[in-house]
Design a protein around this ligand. Structure first.
Ligand code: SAM
Length: 209
């Protein structure tokens, strides 16, 4: 609970709606599962971090977890940067992930990001990350399942409100499994959200050794 209060205080200067939206997302989506899966130390890149809610959530209780949030949206990165203050274990950067050099990072997160990237680029990014994953590194993905019609439509509508300019390139869970099977990765799929059963899922990937 103290994490949520801390988070609310971080975003409160950006307006009540923004602060509530960040908290709501943390409450609805199973970010605690990601928090529990990640080690307490190491460098983590939150790819497509948006306004930084998840990066902040993950960094709050673990000073040895170093978070770098990157996003292509100037507006969202500016909001995220305003939350950093004096903290040393979190940074945000404006960047297009498609041109990024991800070297020397322990873990990668892509939470609700892949379906914002064109299909071919999704595959390129997955291939690149699977090749660059180090021993003991994790790649954690949260995605939506477009075949789960009602929750998917509800989620898409909500995203349309939040990101009206952006196109959605959603796949089914089955298609993701096919892509994962084509890569040199070990993976485990966790159920996503209690509120949208089966529409969202979390994939925990590691190096196949
Ligand atoms: C639905 S939001 C998710 C934000 C955050 N991960 C969260 O869970 O709250 C998707 C984010 O991906 C970002 N994004 C999409 N394409 C990107 C790219 N090529 N490079 C960096 N960020 C990108 C968008 O700007 C947006 O902020």
């Amino acid at each position: 609970m103290h994490k949520l209060i801390f988070l609310f205080r971080l975003y409160r200067p950006q307006g009540l709606i923004k602060a509530f939206n960040i908290i709501l997302r943390i409450l609805i989506l199973p970010f605690w599962k990601i928090d529990k899966t990640l080690p307490d130390t190491g460098t983590i890149i939150d790819i497509g971090c948006g306004a930084g809610g998840l990066s902040n959530y993950l960094s709050i209780s673990f000073p040895k977890r170093c978070l770098l949030g990157v996003d292509i949206s100037k507006k969202r990165i500016e909001i995220a940067k305003k939350t950093v203050g004096e903290r040393k274990n979190i940074k945000f950067k404006l960047e297009n992930i498609m041109g990024m050099n991800f070297k020397e990072t322990n873990h990668y997160l892509m939470v609700d990001v892949l379906h914002h990237i064109p299909f071919l680029q999704q595959e390129k990014l997955m291939l690149f990350l699977s090749k660059n994953l180090q021993r003991n590194s994790l790649l954690i993905i949260k995605e939506v399942d477009k075949t789960n019609t009602m929750p998917f439509l509800f989620g898409s509508l909500w995203e349309k409100v939040l990101y009206p300019q952006e196109q959605i390139y959603a796949r089914s869970k089955k298609e993701w499994v096919k892509i994962l099977n084509s890569l040199d990765l070990k993976y485990e799929i966790l159920s996503g959200s209690f509120f949208f059963p089966d529409s969202t899922f979390i994939i925990i990937c590691s190096k196949n050794i």
